[in-house]
Design a protein around this ligand. Structure first.
Ligand code: UDP
Ligand code: MG
Length: 312
């Protein structure tokens, strides 16, 4: 098998068939040795039935269907595990990422033996200003404090050679943040711009809250620097407190006045707030250690359709 397309699908009944048709059309005459690995991530609409129907008529379609919604990260992981291509591409089901770009990526890997991965980033961001600001801040923050590098605007849309896919599969951590995983495993990655399209149908599954959680996942998953903030902030607030005490004693001694209650309340609130903040940060890390300790599966398969099923 030359190429596997890993396609995570969550409530994509409106677009998934178009996606399949469109890829087939674009690949026609250019590449014939490829497969689709659709992952139905616990869709609550008719996605699974559409996938079953596609699987029935096609001889290059695998469907991995989860027992519930595990999230795109888990869906990508399951897709990569079930892909058998020498090259594997992760691509969304909504046609925002054009199949032509996959051929472009394949061309690069065919011609550049030293490149292991071609990742696409959005040439022009078609998102709201607030979202662009939030994402830019996230990238500059995480790149400052994390050991691995995050390429701004890079999506999960990428084509990888087999050794890199195997390396990503071997990272079997429960809290997955693929942008970090792809960067952590190393290999030579080439970034190419692509034009992100409008969704062919349905709607985006990302809310601001989901994105915020995702950003926290990225930071907590790839750096322990926030834990160190606690030490610095604790030390700094102690020094400030001691200085304040000295000044208060001197000023109080000179003017024979009692230090104002407001100042004390402010200090208590400040130090108290600081305490809670850092207990919270420590908690984020502890929670992840706890979840990983449970060794829960990243996903659970309810139904698996392979193309061997069709041949029987
Ligand atoms: N997706 C998924 N599980 C989820 C959310 C999304 O498998 O819990 C899939 C979705 O079906 C799509 C891809 O991930 O193929 C990207 O999602 P979406 O288009 O909503 O994200 P956006 O393009 O808006 O960033
Ligand atoms: Mg999309």
């Amino acid at each position: 098998m030359k190429l596997s397309l890993v396609v995570p699908c969550f409530n994509e009944e409106d677009v998934v068939y178009n996606f399949y048709k469109e890829v087939t059309k674009v690949f026609e005459g250019k590449i014939d040795d490829y497969e689709f690995v659709f992952v139905n991530d616990g869709s609550r609409d008719d996605t699974l039935n559409v996938l079953r129907a596609i699987h029935k008529v096609a001889d290059n379609v695998k469907v991995v269907s989860f027992s519930r919604n595990f999230g795109k990260e888990s869906a990508m992981y399951a897709g990569l595990k079930n892909a058998s291509g020498d090259f594997t591409c992760v691509i969304d089901a909504d046609l925002q990422q054009r199949p032509e770009v996959v051929l472009e990526m394949l061309d690069i890997l065919d011609n550049e033996p030293d490149t292991d991965c071609v990742a696409a980033y959005q040439a022009e961001r078609k998102e709201s200003k607030a979202l662009v600001f939030f994402k830019d801040t996230f990238y500059s923050l995480i790149n400052k404090i994390s050991e691995v590098e995050f390429y701004p605007g890079a999506s999960d849309f990428r084509l990888m050679r087999r050794p890199m896919v195997d390396a990503v599969i071997n990272m079997c951590e429960y809290h997955r943040f693929s942008k970090g995983l792809f960067s952590f495993v190393g290999f030579n990655t080439k970034f190419i711009p692509y034009d992100v399209q409008e969704r062919a149908g349905g709607e985006s599954k990302w809310s601001f809250v989901k994105l915020f959680k995702y950003a926290v996942e990225g930071i907590v998953g790839y750096t322990t620097t926030p834990l160190r903030f606690a030490t610095f902030a604790g030390a700094a607030s102690m020094i400030i407190a001691v200085l304040y005490l000295i000044i208060a004693l001197i000023v109080g001694g000179i003017t024979h006045s009692i230090t104002s209650a407001i100042a004390i309340i402010t200090l208590i609130l400040f130090v108290g707030g600081l305490n809670f903040l850092f207990i919270g940060i420590a908690g984020e890390y502890l929670a992840r250690t706890y979840m990983q300790g449970k060794n829960r599966p990243i996903y659970i398969v309810k139904e698996l359709l392979t193309y061997e099923d069709n041949e029987e």
